[in-house]
Design a protein around this ligand. Structure first.
Ligand code: 13P
Ligand code: SF4
Length: 304
């Protein structure tokens, strides 16, 4: 089958199965183009909770499918590539977090959604890159522990009066971008605005004109009067940016910002998942109930 035939096969199977296809903004272009919705982690979690579909095909990584299972336990959640993990999520485990909590009695734990369901279940509240500042501001405590991304935590620290304690995790894709690479991109395209993701290092964020989640970047670049942008995040986002604003120019801050896990899912995998109705991601009920409390507290925080 060619790409057009595969897209049609996916759409036909989605109809047959009463399924919705959700894709993260870092997915392969043809997967983004076939999905019912593309979005950031926050937008996709909200959509997973609202969709009337019986089946959710999640084109993203494992923790995203788990979040869909947490908010929609009655739906079947398919993750076409079960091997699509997240190295940042793997930097923290539930036993390690329990041990740290013992050292910090009474300190609320804010956990990035890029984490396992077990870790969310040990946390007081979740956050995403789109709402981290609002979530931390909403907490009634002078100290909070933010896990697992130290870069997101340091970014959030810039905007809140509370003391934020770090967990030493990061996204290796974002963390590998250097301030020097951003300076070089700026020198090559002096007319462009630098738009960065908060998973980047502090010295990279120091050089950014705008810091946003992936969907925040799409929103910003669509509304901005500027014509050119240097994008400091996983390069899959450039597909949506160029599709949305074909007359604007988008440059990668670095060609190396490619997440292999996000690129695993191909249309062939989506077809197989819908044909076989697997692999299914299902969070055990005892973990789900606790993780849901942390996710729902996050969803109740008003957006900035
Ligand atoms: P957002 O799309 O929520 O900004 O997340 C970025 C990310 O790294 C997801 O894996
Ligand atoms: Fe994880 Fe980074 Fe890949 Fe997102 S881009 S899935 S945070 S490794």
């Amino acid at each position: 089958m060619n790409v057009t035939e595969m897209k049609k096969r996916v759409r036909d199977l989605l109809d047959d199965r009463e399924a919705v296809m959700l894709a993260h903004n870092y997915q392969r272009p043809e997967v983004q183009d076939t999905a019912d919705m593309c979005g950031d982690s926050l937008g996709l979690s909200i959509q997973a909770g609202r969709t009337p579909a019986k089946v959710i095909v999640f084109c993203g990584v494992h923790f995203m499918a788990e979040t869909a299972s947490i908010v929609s336990p009655d739906k079947t959640v398919l993750l076409p590539r079960p091997d699509a993990g997240c190295p940042m999520a793997d930097t923290i485990t539930a036993p390690a977090l329990r041990a740290r909590k013992k050292e910090l009695p009474g300190v609320p734990v804010v956990t990035y959604v890029n984490s396992t369901a077990q870790v969310k279940a040990e946390s007081d509240i979740c956050c995403t890159s789109a709402n981290a500042v609002a979530v931390v501001k909403s907490i009634q405590s002078d100290r909070v522990l933010m896990t697992p991304d130290r870069n997101l935590a340091q970014y959030t620290q810039r905007y809140v009066d509370k003391e934020i304690l770090l967990w030493d995790g990061c996204c290796n894709i974002h963390d590998r971008l250097t301030a020097q690479q951003v300076s070089r991109a700026r020198a090559s395209h002096p007319e462009a605005e630098v738009v960065a993701h908060p998973e980047c290092r502090p010295e990279v964020l120091d050089q950014a004109d705008v810091i946003r989640s992936t969907s925040g970047m799409l929103d910003h670049c669509a509304k901005s009067g500027r014509e050119a942008f240097i994008i400091a995040t996983e390069n899959g986002i450039l597909h949506q940016l160029r599709k949305q604003s074909p007359d604007k120019r988008f440059y990668q801050a670095s060609r190396n910002m490619v997440c292999p896990n996000m690129k695993l899912t191909r249309l062939e995998d989506v077809i197989e998942a819908l044909e076989t109705m697997g692999p299914v991601v299902k969070v055990p009920e005892d973990v789900r109930v606790k993780a849901l409390a942390a996710v729902e507290r996050m969803l109740a925080v008003p957006r900035d």
